[in-house]
Design a protein around this ligand. Sequence first.
Ligand code: G
Ligand code: G
Ligand code: MN
Ligand code: NA
Length: 254
Amino acid sequence: LAIETALHEALQTGQLYLLYQPIVDIASGALHGVEALIRWHRPDGETVPPDVFIPIAEQSHLIIDIGRWVLGQALRDLALLQRSGLAALKIHVNMAASEFTSSALPQMLRTMSAELAVPPSQVVLELTESMLMRQPEQVKRVMHQLRDIGFEISLDDFGMGHSSLAMLKSLPISSLKIDRSFVRDLPTGERDRAIAQTIVGLGQHLQLEVIAEGIESAEQRAVLADCGCRFGQGWLLGRPLPLQGLIAAFPNGR
Ligand code: G
Ligand code: G
Ligand code: MN
Ligand code: NA
């Protein structure tokens, strides 16, 4: 409970902030988008990682407030990026299950994007397969509403869940993120290469963008390029950066 109180205060007093990790075209290195990653820097100097505080927030209403703050900040930053020569950039935002089952989400996002004059098509909501399991009908309804407005949806950590293929069949998804566990053992992991290649093929056939996560070496990047994987993300291609650092690192998107 102590951490919950501290987290509530963190939200009120501006201890939370977003970093942006580049998502690039693997072949050319051009910036395609960014993934917003939340950070918590406590006044005592300690940083608390999101895999610690997001699950705690998810056990209370706090996740709704945090999620709304993340979306608002990400969309304000997208508006700023558009004025900094990065007009076509997509911004990916990680969603928690309880945010996504809220029937208020589509309308809230519609209002936010209209007020900030950012096109919904540049806002990509990341979900994991496990989030789709809990209330599948409700999640599906929310997804369709979001897609009807023009927001995009990306399946995060693809390959780690339970019924990936059934989901691809019926859900309005526009991209897949190859989980970094399949990237880690490249280039030597023959099975990993086969899996990466298969996901890329699936993406091509279903007209989904494919983004490989966790690219740390030039060799991994080369194998993924060989597999026809168009987009990538990882330490090699770019660390998570504050907004101004991102703008400085990619003047005009290169
Ligand atoms: O950035 P890092 O690798 O520490 O992220 C750890 C986990 O926290 C990842 O699973 C990531 O998806 C999640 N995460 C990062 N930022 C957010 C956010 O803004 N909202 C939610 N719900 N999860 C986030
Ligand atoms: O669960 P999700 O895919 O949203 O997690 C994203 C997290 O992955 C980011 O918070 C970031 O800290 C982490 N990450 C990004 N690139 C790399 C990488 O190249 N290697 C590793 N190990 N982690 C990464
Ligand atoms: Mn993610
Ligand atoms: Na992921």
